[in-house]
Design a protein around this ligand. Structure first.
Ligand SMILES: *Cc1c(COP(=O)(O)O)cnc(C)c1O
Length: 359
């Protein structure tokens, strides 16, 4: 691979540090590390290999992601959050020994109708108010009984997912947890509720399992706390390099649409990174980038392969200097805020051409 300017640096020791933070919060719980969407943009296999020995299971959204893990010799338990939707897919769960979330009555019927074969673990998901995936609480007793009689089912874990756990003041989390606990209380079975935000803020959500995603990558899952305040370390740093430096005169514009006009004579640096790499096109003017620990403002529109920054008259910055777009020293939460989005979308938006370097 010919090295290119735009790359992410993966800090795998930081990933292990963040996993230990999960353990600090939930020492009694088993951990299923959520690595859907290419491990939140960090690279599925790098992250899976690094986490595998330290967690009890890995979770992905879709069957094809899980099969990729098995083909790469990941041997730990793997949970598929969207489960299956056909008999053919059930066969793949058996072949690859995957675990399925069951969130509809139709999935239970498919299991009952499936040919005899190897049994799989399932996770029966109750919709307690998110109104996305999950069976209604009223269906729980009968669907659980069906699953328990089904020869293809090994073990049933109970799960739910919170809609508003990032906001500690929101009463919805308590309502959801109460409904979950009431629905499941007369049955023995392991329970799994907490995403990152819930496991950090609420002891009562740390049950047999916790399901952290975002916090493992060193990003704060809470609206009112930074990653640094939570002692989480960023795993991904996004870097590139300066490929041109030029003076422009007062009154001249920079970039498409000529949206930024220099208020005085300025020095502009062009950085080889753009929305084609996953840097947000909607990042506002003055969104910071970092060069040698010092912040510089974004000026003009972000293009596909480049963006421009104002060097603020700084003359010691040279062609080829490294620029950090987010990560170590520059919180992705701040960039997300400047682009009117959330860190999840920035992480997942890293594109194929961005090279990955391990630290
Ligand atoms: C994505 C996901 C998680 C992890 O959520 P974070 O907010 O990233 O911690 C946990 N459980 C389910 C069902 C998910 O879809």
């Amino acid at each position: 691979m010919i090295p290119v300017a735009a790359h992410i640096e993966l800090d795998l020791p930081a990933l292990r540090h963040n996993l230990n933070r999960v353990r600090d919060y939930a020492p009694q719980s088993k951990i299923v590390a959520v690595i859907k969407a290419n491990a939140y943009g960090h690279g599925l296999l790098n992250i899976a290999e690094s986490l595998e020995s330290g967690v009890d299971a890995l979770a992905v959204a879709r069957l094809d992601e899980a099969i990729r893990l098995r083909k790469a010799n990941i041997n730990t338990r793997i949970l598929v959050l969207q489960g299956f939707s056909s008999a053919e897919e059930i066969a793949l769960f058996q072949i690859y020994q995957l675990e399925a979330v069951i969130h509809t009555a139709e999935q239970v019927s498919l299991l009952e109708a499936a040919l005899p074969g190897k049994a799989i673990n399932v996770h029966l998901k109750i919709d307690t108010g998110m109104n996305r995936l999950g069976i209604a609480a009223a269906q729980f007793n009968s669907l659980l009984a069906q699953l328990q009689h089904c020869k293809l089912v090994e073990k049933v874990t109970f799960m739910t997912h919170f809609a508003n756990a990032d906001d500690q003041q929101d009463p919805k989390t308590t309502q959801q947890l109460n409904l979950f606990n009431n629905t499941t209380k007369q049955y023995s079975g392991e329970k799994s509720c907490a995403n990152s935000a819930a496991l950090i803020t609420r002891q009562d959500t740390r049950q047999d399992w916790v399901r952290p995603g975002l916090m493992l990558y060193g990003v704060s899952p809470l609206l009112n706390k930074t990653a640094a305040e939570l002692n989480l370390h960023p795993v991904m740093s996004l870097h590139s390099r300066i490929i041109a430096i030029k003076p422009i005169k007062k009154g001249e514009s920079v970039g498409y649409g000529a949206s930024w006009v220099a208020a005085k004579n300025s020095i502009i640096a062009i950085v080889s990174i753009g929305y084609g790499d996953g840097y947000p096109r909607h990042a506002k003017e003055n969104t910071p980038v970092l060069i040698n620990q010092q912040r510089f403002p974004l000026v003009g529109r972000v293009s596909m392969d480049m963006l421009s920054i104002d060097l603020m008259g700084n003359t010691h910055i040279k062609l080829g200097d490294r620029v950090t777009l987010w990560g170590e020293g520059l919180a992705i939460e701040e960039i997300a805020h400047n682009a009117l989005t959330i860190p999840y979308t920035l992480l997942c938006g890293i594109t194929q051409r961005v090279q990955v370097h391990k630290k």
